[in-house]
Write a protein that binds this ligand. Structure first.
Ligand code: FE2
Ligand code: FE2
Length: 175
């Protein structure tokens, strides 16, 4: 999400962990894809990666795997319809597999990183096993938190706008 951009960009420990990935042209193309109605797939991926990284750091877990796999968890360029047309399963089941395949073209993934990416849609579709590591559990939870935050942002903005409008009207009535 945009509001954390200045935070993650200025976190040199975090940036060091992802520096070889964040300049990758194929990954940067995710910035052209709208994600969760409000953000781009790249910004969503960084949001998930960075929040997960901070949690993993607090609990002294594998911050490198969380930061990198978090960034790569939605590394796919296809739209929902294209994935459904592949006839390999639901969008939620298939896109983590595409993300692993794409990630392996730009970096070598550890078993932990693969588990994080493959299981990030845990509980949203059938066929996704239980996350095998604490790090995978963090990323799947953070992904859901970020998705809810992103999807609800336009609604929250609208409500805020309405409340401001009403409060301005009230001031006029009481003037
Ligand atoms: Fe995803
Ligand atoms: Fe995601």
């Amino acid at each position: 999400m945009e509001f954390v951009r200045s935070i993650w960009e200025n976190d040199s420990d975090y940036m060091t962990l992802i520096e070889d990935l964040i300049e990758n042209e194929e990954l940067l193309k995710l910035d052209d894809i709208t994600h969760h109605h409000y953000t781009t797939r790249l910004i969503h991926s960084i949001f998930v990666s960075y929040v997960s990284y901070r949690i993993a750091k607090r609990f002294k877990l594998n911050v490198r795997a969380v930061a990198r796999a978090g960034l790569l968890h939605d590394f796919f360029h296809e739209g929902r319809e294209e994935i459904v047309a592949m006839d390999k399963g639901s969008h939620n089941f298939v896109h983590p597999h595409i993300a692993v395949k794409n990630a392996e073209t730009i970096t070598e993934l550890t078993e932990l990183e693969k588990d994080i990416i493959l299981k990030h849609m845990f509980l949203t579709t059938t066929g996704v096993g239980l996350p095998s590591y604490k790090e995978s559990m963090i990323v799947t939870c953070v992904d859901k938190y970020c998705a809810i935050n992103e999807v609800s942002t336009p609604i929250r903005m609208k409500v805020k706008e309405k409340v401001t409008e009403w409060s301005l009207r009230l001031r006029v009535v009481h003037a």
